[in-house]
Write a protein that binds this ligand. Structure first.
Ligand code: ADP
Ligand code: MG
Length: 347
């Protein structure tokens, strides 16, 4: 559905050149929900704007929904939907006015447009809100309308830029349900960006982690977490048995990567904790090591990001080695990089 090779974007600013995207390769298969996860300023929106023909790449090639990005931009625009980071609705219009206008832009006729719009209203749980002014909608309702606008022409591939940023946790989870439905019920391929770890984890079949314009890791959420750190089993020993006995007992267990002792706490890094937990307990029991408690923790995507970049995605702070021009340009042109309308490509 998407095939990208060496895609790059440099912005010339007063303070110098900003390399927003530094030659990325990626593939998205039909029917997948793929997430582009990275901190603010990583290059997510710039990539999306290139793939939706809104921004000319400085280098690289791409095929999007079967059309060549550079040679057939019109075809690409017809086949995709795009929901911009800031949405594209007009507060002074009603919900149905927005939808019908969008349908007309895609040259759907009167009856067809009305039918399509009422279907979308149901699909995105907006039925009953037809005559409401957009400015009176809640954040979650407005975001669902943004998505409905991106789907008016029934695209096989839809790009969502930070679909849930700014929404409360309940509306976010609700929106995830709708994004999953796009894949499950309509077989739509979804390429979304996010800086939320939980969103990438809960929603995406596959994640590409982007940092400073480069893809630093790729895989399913499980693969990524597993590849980096395995699982962590923390065992609190009981009584005064020498922890060395426990360590020695665990030596023979396959899949145990690493063991450390801190006082009476034993930390064991294993390949697959869920499967090995029982083996570990039995082995310790057989060796006569009494256990006070045992805990299994899975690594999070944040551990993955931390391992790869040396900083946490949670604090979302720029790395100490960040390129100065990149940092400063964020203030300069940030607004422009986030502009665009829902399916801005079509307008
Ligand atoms: N129009 C522009 N002019 C100059 N710099 C830009 C422009 N758009 C984006 N950038 C810079 O490119 C980098 C990536 O931005 P962006 O793609 O918006 O990141 P993200 O969406 O991941 O937060 C940032 O350093 C940003 O300041
Ligand atoms: Mg962005």
């Amino acid at each position: 559905m998407i095939e990208v090779t060496g895609l790059a974007k440099k912005f010339k600013t007063k303070r110098g050149t900003v390399e927003a995207v530094r030659g990325i390769d990626l593939t998205v298969r039909p029917g997948e929900i793929v997430g582009f996860l990275g901190p603010n300023g990583a290059g997510k929106t710039t990539t999306l704007r290139m793939l939706t023909t809104l921004l000319e790449p400085s280098g690289g090639t791409a095929t999007v929904a079967g059309a060549d990005l550079l040679r057939q931009p019109g075809e690409v625009r017809k086949r995709i939907g795009y929901v911009a980071q800031t949405g594209g609705t007009d507060g002074a219009c009603t919900v149905s006015e927005e939808l019908i206008t969008q349908a007309e832009l895609y040259r759907l006729g009167g009856a067809e447009a009305r039918e399509r719009c009422s279907k979308l209203l149901v699909q995105l749980d907006l039925a009953g809100l037809e005559d409401r002014f957009v400015k009176t909608l809640s954040g979650g309702q407005k975001r669902r309308l943004d998505i409905a606008l991106g789907l008016v022409h029934s695209p096989r591939l839809v790009f969502l830029d930070e679909p849930t940023t700014g929404l409360d946790p309940q509306s976010r989870a609700y929106l995830w349900t709708h994004v999953r439905r796009l894949r499950d019920d309509l077989n739509t391929t979804v390429f979304l960006t996010t800086h939320y770890l939980d969103e990438a984890d809960a929603l995406c079949d596959r994640i590409l982690i982007i940092d400073f314009g480069r893809i630093v890791a790729e895989g399913s959420p499980e693969e990524l977490k597993h590849r980096i750190s395995g699982d962590l089993v923390t065992i609190e020993l009981n009584g005064d048995r020498d922890p060395a006995v426990a360590l020695a007992a665990l030596d023979g267990i396959e899949g145990v990567r690493d063991k450390t002792v801190h006082g009476r706490i034993l930390r064991v890094n294993v390949d697959a904790g869920g499967q090995q937990l029982m083996g570990i307990m039995r082995t310790l029991d057989a060796a006569g090591v009494p256990i006070a408690s045992i805990q299994l923790a899975r690594p999070t995507l944040d551990d993955v990001f931390l391992t790869l970049t040396g900083r946490s995605l949670r604090d979302d702070s720029p790395s100490p080695g960040a390129d100065q021009a990149n940092q400063e340009a964020a203030g300069d042109e940030g607004a422009q990089s986030q502009s665009g309308t829902a399916t801005g490509s079509a307008r």
